[in-house]
Design a protein around this ligand. Structure first.
Ligand SMILES: Nc1ncnc2c1ncn2[C@@H]1O[C@H](COP(=O)(O)OP(=O)(O)OP(=O)(O)O)[C@@H](O)[C@H]1O
Length: 277
């Protein structure tokens, strides 16, 4: 008879289920012109996720993002920000950064002035905000351009300023609505790398709207594929493959397999949207 001693089971601390950053429940959006932009959309966004909303034109990606930002309200259903302080209107206060497709910089203000704006609106003068603004500019590689004006910058640099401005208040949630769609491929890849680095360094939660299978598969650990007529969630794909998303990943078999999987889901979504027409 052998005397078998078993190693004690490792003690696994009970994981506290973290509250979602955003919780959408059965959200429908009917615009006054009769367009049903979203129907029955439910989505729980967990802390630290990088989610892409991917889908054909008109499937309601931007509408969903605006509702998540508190910039639009659902016609029915609910939207909650369970982890954020909310103001008297029930909207999350200062906890969400938004980056649009256009950098929307103030042309008359310097790069410093543009990034300072959200802090200025909170009552912080230049001197008080200086460290935060300069740290924000350094995080996007633009510390040397603080005194430049937007007209002196390339498209990619303007977008970097826009990202620094969105992050300067240290929001918990960053919403990005096709931020790189108008940029050339090389600049876009560089900015994809930068966004991933910022996501890793800050632990921020990101929701990223895109039309691009390749961009979504490179960036996200979860892809919500939407379909149109009416806009709704078609598939919710986990892309958490543990791989480091770097230059090697772009040419890896794993990335190719992921883009195939995402492409198939998108094709299905497009076909079902077309049938519904
Ligand atoms: N303010 C509005 N009033 C009326 N209809 C609207 C409004 N905003 C969006 N829509 C419509 O709602 C639907 C969803 O639009 P939305 O912009 O959310 O889609 P999207 O998936 O972001 O599209 P795209 O990829 O082309 O930007 C579309 O049919 C659009 O025309």
């Amino acid at each position: 008879m052998t005397d078998t001693t078993y190693a004690p089971a490792p003690v696994v601390p009970p994981t506290k289920p973290s509250r979602p950053v955003v919780s959408m429940r059965d959200v429908t959006k009917l615009f006054s012109n009769g367009t049903l932009a979203l129907k029955g959309m439910s989505l729980d966004v967990r802390p630290g996720e990088f989610i892409s909303l991917l889908g054909p034109s008109g499937c309601g990606k931007s509408t969903a993002l605006r509702i998540i930002a508190g910039l639009g309200s659902p016609s029915s259903g609910t939207i909650d920000w369970p982890s954020s302080p909310v103001n008297a209107k029930g909207l999350p206060e200062g906890d969400i950064g938004f980056v649009f497709q256009e950098p929307t910089l103030m042309p008359w203000a310097t790069v410093f002035g543009n990034v300072h704006l959200p802090l200025k609106l909170r009552g912080q003068g230049k001197r008080e905000a200086r460290d935060a603004v300069m740290a924000g500019l350094a995080s996007v590689g633009l510390a040397d351009f603080a005194d430049s004006y937007p007209r002196e910058l390339s498209g990619g640099m303007k977008m970097r300023v826009s990202i620094a401005r969105a992050l300067v208040t240290r929001p918990r949630l960053l919403l990005m609505d096709e931020p790189f769609a108008a940029l050339d491929e090389i600049t876009r890849q560089k900015l994809n790398d930068d966004v991933l680095r910022l996501w890793r360094e800050t632990g921020i939660t990101v929701i990223f709207v895109t039309h691009s299978v390749f961009e979504s598969a490179f960036l996200s650990n979860r892809i919500v594929v939407m379909r149109a007529r009416p806009g709704q969630v078609h598939a919710d794909l986990s892309i958490d493959n543990g791989s480091v998303r770097d230059e090697n990943y772009r040419t890896s078999e794993e990335y190719r397999a992921t883009t195939d999987r995402v492409s198939r889901a998108l094709q299905e979504a497009i076909m079902m949207g077309a049938k519904a027409q």
